[in-house]
Design a protein around this ligand. Structure first.
Ligand code: TMP
Ligand code: ASP
Length: 242
């Protein structure tokens, strides 16, 4: 058996080449990091859970007209994806104020943001993923003005589809982070993952501000029961038809 060529190892995933240059294989790890990898740990079963949740959500988004890199999952914690050139931007959509928005602006936790806030961060660990302004985005040439405008509208469309979907799961989609790539034709394609690692998800059946947390904030903030929360998200997501 040939050993697959590792192209890249990130904090939560490993990317392998396949025999087809247009196809890559993503392995989802159980490793978890927070605060730019200053905090490290593992969440048992996370690789499989995040892979299965991402696969379900990518298929939902494809059905709703959002192009994604998803092809299929040969095993529960691996995903075959279309090879794209990743744009080094983290596109964050916020429906409710939480996390760094509250820390940096003083906006109270839980404030409803209508219309949702769309933010662009530079994906660069060495620089600590800084928040970009429109002018910085332009000066840095990370994406064309046309691409930035399309990224914004795609991110808002993803938000509409996912917010309605999570609502049907009894979960509030507070905020999330997306990454995009371009294919050989230069078209934008949703990439990376969509999981409790990359979303804030609040259980609508809980009112307590800590108990309701079903996402990586349980790990970031040492709230406990991380695995159980991820598992519950997966069960609710997979129960809902596409
Ligand atoms: P933030 O409030 O810490 O800026 O996070 C906003 C959203 O982005 C939240 O759903 C978590 C997600 N996120 C990532 O997926 N990766 C990251 O490195 C960070 C900082 C946030
Ligand atoms: N993914 C990030 C890291 O370790 C942070 C986070 O999700 O909070 O570095």
């Amino acid at each position: 058996m040939t050993v697959p060529t590792k192209l890249y190892e990130g904090k939560a995933k490993i990317l392998y080449a396949t025999e087809d240059p247009h196809v890559l294989l993503t392995h989802f790890k159980d490793d978890a990091t927070a605060f730019n990898a200053q905090k490290r740990g593992t969440i048992a079963g996370k690789g499989e859970i995040n892979c299965r949740i991402s696969a379900h959500l990518f298929q939902l988004l494809e059905k709703q007209g959002v192009p994604t890199h998803f092809i299929d999952c040969p095993t529960p914690n691996t995903m075959r994806v279309k090879a794209v050139t990743i744009i080094p931007l983290e596109v964050v959509v916020r429906n409710i104020a939480a996390g760094s928005l509250c820390q940096q602006t003083g906006i109270p936790l839980g404030t409803v943001l209508q219309p949702p806030l769309v933010e662009f961060y530079y994906k660069n660990d060495a620089l600590g993923d800084p928040l970009l302004t429109d002018d910085r985005l332009r000066v840095m040439n990370l994406a064309t003005a046309e691409q930035v405008s399309r990224l914004r509208s795609l991110a808002l469309r993803v938000d509409e589809v996912l917010s309605a979907f999570f609502q049907s799961c009894g979960i509030t989609l507070v905020d999330f982070k997306l990454e995009f790539g371009t294919d050989a034709n230069g078209s934008l394609i949703l990439a990376d993952e969509i999981s409790p690692d990359t979303c804030r998800l609040w259980d609508q059946a809980e009112t307590d501000p800590n108990r309701r947390v079903m996402d990586k904030d349980r790990f970031r903030r040492d709230l406990g029961d991380v695995e159980a929360a991820y598992q519950r998200v997966m069960e609710r997501v997979l129960q809902q038809a596409l």
